[in-house]
Design a protein around this ligand. Structure first.
Ligand SMILES: [Zn+2]
Ligand SMILES: [Zn+2]
Length: 958
């Protein structure tokens, strides 16, 4: 098969595999067509004030400082004397948009909706704001518009500041909050003299929403432990105090205002959010005012975390909720219908109301969630063949059944019939609950409604994940087929194991057979009116397996070969292979696994007796392996900035390059062109400059003087030149590799804030010794091959037509490459440090918030070590006289096996942290596979191409 076609097919197949999990795991949970449900009793509050302190952590708000004084004295006072409090548990991704959607619309936005557009509204959804009579909101332009846009009519008013104000480099971010407080005060000042506005704000079902972005901005810029973050909390506390007394005054202390303070997500100690660490998912919830319960004193309460003691709040009852529960709470306080797509369960403990009200509200809540379940079931029923449709019969768990039996004496609903949540059962349970309310058995009604809600929610998720198994099987079929095909391709074209002959007649027969299967599958999907993406997932395995079965002669040869192979040896080989893959998979969960792997690598020459052959090289290899093994044990980057380590890295690389320069000048028998020296000197200068810029930028920012323009110019110039300058240097092995290293180190230094600056240095040191080790390994295997590294030239690689055949040692070679690629990625960080970047590392380039540029810079920082490893691998291929194609195919098999492993590890149960991590692992490995393909192209370009600036094209051959 043509290489180009193969690469295109490979890319396509992997894109499909990658996209598949978004159809399997990230489909929109929303359904449409429900009728609004409202509690029939009068609500306790006429208006609701919602304060969202963006990025406020629960523990930072609740804990006392060293002197025992609270961070937010006013709010602490409310917890102790006026209202109810608790922890609101958010879901991943802990970002502003999904957090606000959960708070205000009551459902957890799926990641695909976030991916579709951060500021846009990808789906129509209902919210508390939409159900209100009027909502006035103040705050960030990133958040407010999405609720105004989704609302029907124009009863949601937004007042935003400009996006430029969100500069978190130099300015004081608390201004974002004082802006909001001032505008609210001015608004009510204006309302006193404006009759229409005055009557509007005095209506019932009014919501005021204050979005306070200052804390989040300060947290990103200075981290949550900073004085700035805590000062901002105090400012917000004072601001809330002012607003509350202003409102009480405005409304003449009518006691009809309810207040809620919460945040959309927390923040890690190093100032990021997005993942599922408790510091990110635990947010505060404080409610007070009309309809909200007063503090409840308790003598003992149990929570698994140790926070209560830390916060000295053991005596006040802590009422935890899920973030989406806040939406029905708000709706119930002002008496508007629950948002249509809400999956929140009304937290009754927060309500200060009659048992009748609570029972009615819970009943409404149950009906509202059941509506969604019904519509979801009907939809699924319509698109599935009736004989294949398996209705939701998630059994009531045994405890639920006994609860129902003992406490409610549900003799009319026999146990058998309860197993199916059919239409009649729903009506029966609702009718029963209704009659309990009539009989004033409110407690029973509430617990019956709760059972129904949990059943309906389970049913919702059942139908939501209905197609998961069937799609999963399709994708796994495709995976296994593709991997087998690549293995067959390796065996067929790069080894002498088989002689392939084609039998025309049987090939044609096969083609017809597979085409028929494809048509059958398509027909089957057609009558079920499946979405078009399903066709891709289900039809993809057909051509892939056709390609596999077509090579049945190779399979036969391979099978007969394996049969004569000694059993012990093949088992040993399999075990080693499996162990290698497992180490790679484990390193995604525990970075320290990489240390184990690197220590094993350090011992590799001792086992294979390579050390006897080349003692110095072995010593270098072992030492560098052990040195690199220390990096995965260090904490994730960015938590403790240490610019002096960046300086050390800059100096070390300058030392190495001057040593090389001296060697180059001293060598007498070689002609060294002046321009090569010029380029080297230029690169050294660039390194020195970068080291200086990092130091000067961070000290300037530390003194709050902003980013000097000249530093910014130097940074961007260095970045732009980094890919271009290596192309000017000669293509001799070490000169070119050193040139690539020097060029890439300068932007890496600029993007570093701590020890990670040393990482590419040690990594490339190991890469250099790896190239030598592979040369030795090759000689060890076959004495006739003696490449001379010093004279090897990258530009000749394309000239070599006589590649040698693959043998088993090449699998180890490829494994080393994959392992180094994984090390390049996890050596300095983990998933959490990738999806939640640390803005401090890009301060040399810009300080104004710009997610796209920030993201691109961060990606480039992550890519640089990959490029180094890939270039070294390119060198290994040249040294060992292998075609890049064959080694690359083995790499593909290894990474595909890993990806398949992670596909099975993707899970939809357990904590949200587990789910989020498992999915990002899969995405990462898939991206790796696609990425390695692109990377090998980039490495080839970087190592083989040469630009002659001086117009002279001369090959420096020896
Ligand atoms: Zn936020
Ligand atoms: Zn943020």
């Amino acid at each position: 098969m043509n290489m180009l076609i193969f690469i295109i097919a490979g890319l396509l197949v992997h894109c499909v595999f990658l996209a598949s999990i978004f159809d399997i795991y990230f489909t929109s949970p929303l359904v449409h067509g429900m009728t609004p449900q409202r509690t029939p009793l009068p609500p306790p509050a006429k208006r609701l004030v919602l304060f969202v302190a963006d990025g406020l952590r629960a523990d930072t708000l609740y804990e006392l400082d060293d002197n025992g004084t609270p961070q937010a004295p006013y709010l602490r006072n409310i917890i102790e004397y006026k209202g109810s409090w608790g922890v609101s548990h958010t879901h991943v991704p802990t970002e502003s948009r999904p957090g606000h959607v959960a708070l205000i619309a009551g459902f957890y936005e799926d990641v695909s909706a976030v991916a579709k557009g951060w500021k846009e509204n990808p789906v129509e959804f209902d919210s508390v704001f939409n159900e209100s009579k009027y909502t006035w909101s103040w705050g960030s332009p990133d958040i407010l518009p999405m609720f105004a846009k989704g609302a029907s009519g124009d009863h949601v008013y937004t007042y935003c500041y400009t996006a430029e104000k969100e500069d978190f480099g130099a300015q004081d971010a608390t201004k974002l909050d004082t802006w909001v407080f001032d505008h609210v005060k001015n608004f009510f000042q204006a309302a006193r003299s404006n009759q229409t506005l005055f009557s509007k704000v005095n209506e019932e079902k009014v919501v005021l929403f204050l979005h306070l972005l200052g804390i989040d901005t300060n947290g990103h810029a200075h981290r949550p432990n900073s004085r700035e973050y805590k000062d901002n909390i105090r400012k917000v506390d004072e601001g809330i105090n002012d607003i509350v007394s202003m409102l009480e005054d405005f409304y003449g202390n009518d006691g009809k205002t309810a207040f809620i303070l919460t945040s959309d997500h927390g923040m890690t100690d190093w100032g990021s959010h997005g993942a599922g660490h408790p510091s990110e998912t635990l947010t505060p919830l404080i409610a007070w005012g009309a309809g909200v319960n007063y503090p409840q004193k308790v003598t003992f309460q149990f929570f698994e975390d140790e926070f209560l003691k830390e916060w000295k709040l053991e005596k006040w009852k802590r009422l935890d909720v899920n973030q989406a529960d806040i939406a029905p709470l708000m709706a119930s306080l002002i008496g508007v219908p629950f948002p249509l797509n809400s999956v929140g369960i009304l937290p009754l403990d927060y309500l200060n109301n009659s048992a009748h009200f609570k029972a009615e509200s819970m009943f409404t809540n149950a009906v509202q969630i059941l509506e969604q379940f019904k519509i979801k079931m009907t939809q699924k029923k319509e698109t599935t063949l009736s004989f294949l449709f398996t209705p939701f019969h998630q059994m009531l768990r045994r405890t639920d059944v006994t609860t129902l039996y003992c406490h409610h004496n549900l003799s009319s609903l026999c146990m058998h019939r309860l197993r199916l949540l059919s239409d009649t059962e729903q009506i029966n349970i609702l009718r029963k609950a209704r009659s309990y309310i009539h009989q004033e058995k409110y407690h029973e009604a509430v617990s019956l409604c709760k059972t129904l809600i949990s059943l309906a929610l389970e049913g919702l998720s059942y139908y939501h994940t209905y197609d998961r198994l069937f799609l999963g099987i399709s994708v796994v079929m495709g995976f296994v087929g593709w991997t087998s095909y690549v293995i067959l391709l390796i065996v067929k074209t790069h080894t002498s194991l088989t002689r392939s002959t084609h039998d025309k007649a049987s090939t044609v027969l096969l083609l017809y057979g597979f085409a028929a299967i494809g048509v059958l599958i398509a027909f089957f999907l057609l009558i079920q009116t499946c979405p078009w993406t399903y066709y891709i997932y289900c039809l993809l395995p057909v051509p892939v397996w056709y390609a596999v079965v077509k090579e049945f002669r190779v399979i036969q040869d391979l099978a007969s070969l394996l049969l004569v192979f000694p059993l012990g040896q093949s088992i040993g080989f399999l075990v080693a292979g499996a162990l290698g893959i497992e180490i790679l998979v484990f390193s995604f969960f525990y970075r320290s696994t990489l240390t184990v792997g690197l220590i094993a690598f350090a011992g590799w020459p001792l086992i294979t007796r390579l050390w006897a052959q080349a003692k110095v090289t072995t010593l270098c290899w072992t030492l560098l392996c052990l040195l690199l093994a220390m990096f995965p044990l260090m904490p994730v980057v960015g938590r403790e900035p240490n610019i002096s380590l960046v300086t050390v890295a800059g100096l070390v690389i300058l030392l190495i390059s001057s040593f090389f320069l001296a060697c180059l000048c001293k060598s007498k028998n070689k002609y060294v062109p002046k321009k090569d020296l010029t380029i080297l000197l230029f690169q050294m200068l660039s390194i020195a400059l970068s080291t200086y810029v990092v130091n000067s930028t961070h000290s300037s920012l530390h003194h709050k003087q902003g980013l000097p323009v000249i530093n910014q110019i130097i940074s961007w110039t260095t970045l732009a030149s980094s890919l271009f300058v290596p192309l000017l240097s000669p293509t001799f092995f070490f000169q070119r590799l050193l040139s690539i290293l020097l060029s890439l180190m300068s932007p890496y230094l600029l993007l570093s804030t701590g020890y990670e600056a040393l990482f590419p240095l040690v990594l490339s040191g190991l890469m250099f010794s790896w190239i030598y080790m592979e040369k030795e390994a090759l000689q060890h295997y076959d004495d006739s091959l003696k490449p001379k590294l010093a004279v090897l030239n990258f530009s000749y690689t394309t000239d070599i037509t006589q590649f040698r055949q693959l043998h088993l040692d090449d699998i180890r070679r490829s494994f080393f490459f994959v392992f180094f690629i994984v090390t390049a990625f996890f050596g300095t960080g983990n998933i959490a440090s990738v999806n939640s970047f640390d803005p401090a590392s890009i301060y040399c380039f810009l300080t104004v918030f710009n997610p796209f540029i920030m993201g691109s810079l961060l990606v480039w920082k992550i890519v640089i070590p990959f490029v180094l490893v890939s270039c070294a691998f390119e060198a290994v291929q040249v040294t060992t006289q292998l075609s890049s194609k064959s080694l690359f195919l083995i790499v593909l098999v290894i990474s595909d096996l890993m990806a398949l492993h992670f596909f099975f590890l993707v899970k939809d149960y357990g904590s949200w942290l587990d789910i989020g991590t498992s999915i990002s692992h899969y995405v990462l490995v898939m991206v790796f596979t696609i990425f390695i393909m692109l990377l090998s192209g980039l490495a080839q370009l970087l190592t083989t191409k040469r630009i002659e600036l001086w117009g002279r094209t001369k090959r420096h051959s020896m």
